[in-house]
Design a protein around this ligand. Structure first.
Ligand SMILES: *[C@@H]1O[C@H](CO)[C@@H](O)[C@H](O)[C@H]1NC(C)=O
Ligand SMILES: *[C@@H]1O[C@H](CO)[C@@H](O)[C@H](O)[C@H]1NC(C)=O
Ligand SMILES: *[C@@H]1O[C@H](CO)[C@@H](O)[C@H](O)[C@H]1NC(C)=O
Ligand SMILES: *[C@@H]1O[C@H](CO)[C@@H](O)[C@H](O)[C@H]1NC(C)=O
Ligand SMILES: *[C@@H]1O[C@H](CO)[C@@H](O)[C@H](O)[C@H]1NC(C)=O
Ligand SMILES: *[C@@H]1O[C@H](CO)[C@@H](O)[C@H](O)[C@H]1NC(C)=O
Ligand SMILES: *[C@@H]1O[C@H](CO)[C@@H](O)[C@H](O)[C@H]1NC(C)=O
Ligand SMILES: *[C@@H]1O[C@H](CO)[C@@H](O)[C@H](O)[C@H]1NC(C)=O
Ligand SMILES: *[C@@H]1O[C@H](CO)[C@@H](O)[C@H](O)[C@H]1NC(C)=O
Ligand SMILES: *[C@@H]1O[C@H](CO)[C@@H](O)[C@H](O)[C@H]1NC(C)=O
Ligand SMILES: *[C@@H]1O[C@H](CO)[C@@H](O)[C@H](O)[C@H]1NC(C)=O
Ligand SMILES: *[C@@H]1O[C@H](CO)[C@@H](O)[C@H](O)[C@H]1NC(C)=O
Length: 457
């Protein structure tokens, strides 16, 4: 079949599906701010931070400040400040979200030094980086970002080429987890503040090694890679939180999609965009037909594998970042951008339908913290954070309004003659994989917008 005709068919097929692409109203529900405010006002003394809920009532369980997840709740409060600004009519201005964010971040400050959280200093830095977006001269926040970055830089080993994730009894056993891709952000923020290029070099070295040693040829990923710190060689690849040593743990995969798209944002190096694309393709190709993100892509279907709504919300944000990366290319890759935006919207919609729990303290249920430790079916603080951020991003990018409708300003698909079908899998691939559904809907919505654009013209 001539490729132009094939492209036209691709455009024609999914018209009925365009109507399927809709945001869940819950993304902008008043309950989002109400629940988060209620948790914020329940601040404990001495301070403790919500991490996950119990499975029955959805009540938060609280952890000491030097836990890897402590930054997410204060970061969520900053995200609500951003929402108040993005959505002036949402009625969120009655609360001083920044003051709450500052209050909740304060107990993290002692973790800047002598921290037990290892590489997770990057996650702890999030609220301080967000504070700097509001007040770039806040010295407390500047010090926090720089101190956390120094902590991470001190974990860099030039022989291995990575920052160490977990400490081990044998110091030559150098463990790196895929999650660590998220912590590189603090190095870029600090490098921006100090002009210290070494921090950027550490981040790129870590990402390069991770792309080679964690990401598999099929685009899936290993959770843990053990290096020998003496020789720099890989000792083993295995899992901690996944189903099997060779399986792809969903949240690790989502950290990777996000982390490599973020590397592209900070460096402009196309090789990172390509790694993020490969990891995204694995994620989307391996989603089951119902679109429910499982906790591990290789976990058996029987007994029913629990979902992980947190992996879903992380990857949705990663896909939006990847989508922006495609748009930043010259010329902009609008087809690719639309494809990832549509996939992000579908994942948020599918998982909100499963996991939204008005009666719980968390926004979402169906998170899997650590299935090997039998911790599944909970709310999770980072799932909620990335849920709020997904809504903010969609509004900020002009894709959605604050009442949860799509604006119709998704960029139109270029005409068939100028569009290689490279963004979409081939017809036979589409028949065989979940990605085909995403591609159809992406093209469908692009077609719908192009059509609407024609009517307007
Ligand atoms: C709410 O505050 C933001 C700035 O934080 C402002 O842009 C917006 O106009 C305010 N909305 C109302 C209704 O006052
Ligand atoms: C600066 O940020 C810190 C940490 O978030 C906060 O505790 C402090 O109140 C902020 N200072 C000012 C002057 O806003
Ligand atoms: C840059 O950062 C590295 C890693 O923390 C540090 O060793 C070095 O001293 C810093 N350079 C300067 C000029 O501060
Ligand atoms: C790393 O390699 C060195 C030198 O070959 C060896 O002595 C050490 O036991 C190795 N460490 C691990 C964790 O394999
Ligand atoms: C670095 O600073 C520039 C200019 O202030 C800003 O646009 C950019 O977002 C900053 N990047 C990071 C990683 O903070
Ligand atoms: C881009 O990254 C790749 C590895 O990820 C590296 O080999 C290459 O040199 C980088 N390119 C530039 C221009 O820095
Ligand atoms: C993992 O290894 C097992 C045992 O060798 C094998 O049966 C399984 O197919 C592998 N799974 C993946 C996803 O490679
Ligand atoms: C979302 O769910 C719908 C209906 O179950 C399905 O057709 C679609 O493929 C799913 N999309 C994603 C990206 O999971
Ligand atoms: C989602 O969570 C509910 C309980 O909160 C549970 O009954 C259901 O089986 C879960 N679904 C999945 C796919 O994890
Ligand atoms: C556009 O993005 C898609 C999806 O990432 C990719 O397959 C395609 O090669 C990209 N096209 C260009 C011209 O970069
Ligand atoms: C989920 O966790 C429960 C314990 O909380 C455990 O009994 C169950 O086996 C786990 N589910 C799966 C499918 O692993
Ligand atoms: C949502 O907001 C847009 C513009 O802000 C408006 O045109 C549209 O009518 C609203 N939709 C609903 C259902 O309120």
């Amino acid at each position: 079949m001539p490729s132009a005709l094939a492209s036209l068919l691709l455009l024609a097929l999914p018209c009925a599906r365009a109507a399927d692409l809709a945001l869940p109203a819950e993304l902008f529900s008043p309950l989002v701010a109400q629940k988060i405010l209620a948790t914020a006002q329940s601040a404990q003394s001495p301070p403790k931070y919500p991490q996950y809920t119990d499975r029955a009532e959805g009540a938060w369980e609280y952890f000491a400040p030097d836990t890897w997840t402590s930054g997410f709740f204060p970061a969520t409060l900053y995200a609500l400040h951003a929402r108040a600004t993005l959505c002036p009519s949402a009625g969120l201005n009655g609360t001083d979200w920044v003051a709450l964010g500052q209050t909740w971040a304060a107990a993290e400050v002692p973790s800047e030094t002598h921290t037990g959280v290892g590489h997770d200093v990057g996650f702890l830095s999030f609220p301080f980086a967000l504070e700097l977006e509001i007040d770039p001269s806040n010295q407390t926040a500047i010090a926090a970002v720089n101190n956390f970055a120094t902590e991470l830089a001190n974990r860099f080993d030039p022989v291995v080429g990575c920052t160490r994730s977990w400490d081990t009894a044998d110091p030559t056993d150098f463990q790196v987890i895929i999650d660590n891709m998220m912590n590189l952000e603090v190095l870029f923020v600090s490098a921006n503040l100090t002009g210290n290029q070494t921090l950027r070099d550490i981040a790129t070295s870590h990402a390069d090694k991770t792309a080679v040693n964690h990401v598999r040829p099929d685009g899936g990923s290993f959770h843990v890679v053990d290096y020998n710190a003496t020789t720099g060689s890989v000792i083993s690849r295995h899992t901690s939180q996944g189903y099997a040593d060779n399986s792809t743990w969903s949240r690790g995969q989502s950290w990777g999609v996000y982390g490599f798209a973020n590397m592209f944002k900070h460096t402009g190096n196309i090789s990172y965009l390509e790694t993020s694309r490969r990891m995204a393709a694995y994620f989307l190709d391996n989603l089951p037909d119902d679109g429910i993100v499982p906790w591990d892509f290789n976990a058996p279907l029987v007994p029913p594998r629990p979902a992980d709504s947190s992996a879903a919300m992380v990857v949705a944000n990663g896909l939006l970042l990847l989508s922006q990366g495609e748009l930043s290319l010259s010329p902009p890759n609008k087809t690719g951008s639309d494809y990832y935006t549509s996939a992000a919207i579908q994942i948020v919609a599918n998982m909100t339908a499963l996991a939204w729990r008005p009666e719980w303290q968390s926004l979402l249920a169906n998170g899997t913290v650590n299935n090997p430790q039998l911790n599944n079916l909970t709310g999770i603080v980072y799932g909620d954070y990335y849920f709020v951020r997904a809504g903010n991003e969609l509004v900020s990018l002009g894709i959605a309004t604050c009442n949860g409708s799509l604006t119709g300003t998704l960029p139109a698909t270029p005409t068939a003659s100028s569009t290689p079908s490279s963004a979409a899998p081939s017809a036979s691939d589409r028949a065989a994989s979940g990605a085909g559904r995403v591609a159809e809907a992406a093209l469908g919505v692009a077609f719908a917008f192009a059509f609407a654009g024609t009517l307007l013209l």
